[in-house]
Design a binder for this molecule. Structure first.
Ligand code: BTN
Length: 259
């Protein structure tokens, strides 16, 4: 199976307007987000992609680490949209992953707020978006995406109970090249919809796994439990607390409670 993530393989007949027109590949890298940040500061064009076969210091959300052994996909895309589109950009990333997984494997993935991607309740993809804002202008946004593609999760006992991979779900290897190419094409398509925020918002909300379920949500030091009622166009999660108050969480993490 084709598993070569070289720029030539990724860009061959890639049907995009700008995403993936330039691809920078490394066999091994501490973090594609860190490398993309440097490229962005040196003036890399919007749509530039940094991809690695393996990361040695992958970064996760909320100062966590992200495991990216060989067989996974780790890539970062440099974008330079208007700052008003930042909430849409966060939604776009997880939606593009859901669509790319469907196109390459037929698996139905779901989004867990804010932008984890799950299959049958287990995490298959994490997304880390890092921006630089200068005087109310978005200098750049880095969309970092890590997908467990060909990883045997039973070999990673710490995350085995909560994570899965495309190959574990399919019981066979999956083409990382096809996953990457689909991901870039889906991101490019969705990017064109950014000015029409309702399109992306509604699809993001419709693919959200936790609405109507009891959740524990954490934002900074504060932890709340309640019913995940809705998500807002700005990307916030609304949780109905036991006393009836509707709490809005702008940033943080949430887990579905199984009771
Ligand atoms: C999370 O779920 O905590 C987010 C994980 C994001 C991981 C990706 S892999 C590519 C990019 N480079 C990084 O160092 N992190 C992101």
């Amino acid at each position: 199976m084709e598993d070569n993530l070289s720029p030539a393989a990724i860009t061959e007949n890639l049907n995009t307007h700008f995403i993936g027109h330039k691809v920078i590949y490394y066999p091994s890298l501490p973090s594609t987000n860190e490398s993309a940040r440097k490229e962005a500061q040196w003036g890399a064009a919007a749509g530039t992609v940094v991809v690695a076969d393996e990361q040695t210091a992958g970064r996760g959300r909320l100062s966590r680490t992200w495991l990216s052994p060989k067989g996974s996909v780790a890539l970062s895309v440099i974008l330079r949209p208007n700052i008003a589109y930042l909430p849409g950009l966060i939604m776009l990333a997880s939606l593009a992953v859901v669509r790319a997984i469907d196109k390459t494997t037929g698996l139905k993935a779901e989004i867990k707020w804010p932008n984890d991607v799950l299959i049958k309740g287990k995490k298959v993809c994490g997304i880390l978006i890092e921006n630089e804002v200068r005087r109310n202008t978005l200098a750049y946004a880095i969309i970092g995406i890590g997908i467990n593609v060909n990883i045997h999760l039973a070999d990673f006992e710490d995350i085995f109970p909560i994570a899965t991979s495309l190959s574990d779900e399919m019981s066979k290897a999956v083409s990382r090249l096809e996953v990457v190419r689909q991901l870039l094409m889906q991101m490019d398509k969705l990017y064109l919809d950014l000015p029409n925020e309702d399109i992306i918002y509604e699809q993001w909300r419709n693919n959200m796994v936790m609405l109507g379920k009891r959740v524990r949500a954490q934002s900074g030091e504060s932890v709340i439990e309640g019913l995940a009622e809705s998500v807002g166009k700005d990307g916030s999660l609304y949780v109905r607390l036991q006393d009836g108050i509707l709490s809005r969480i702008v940033a943080g993490d949430a887990t579905i409670l199984r009771r």
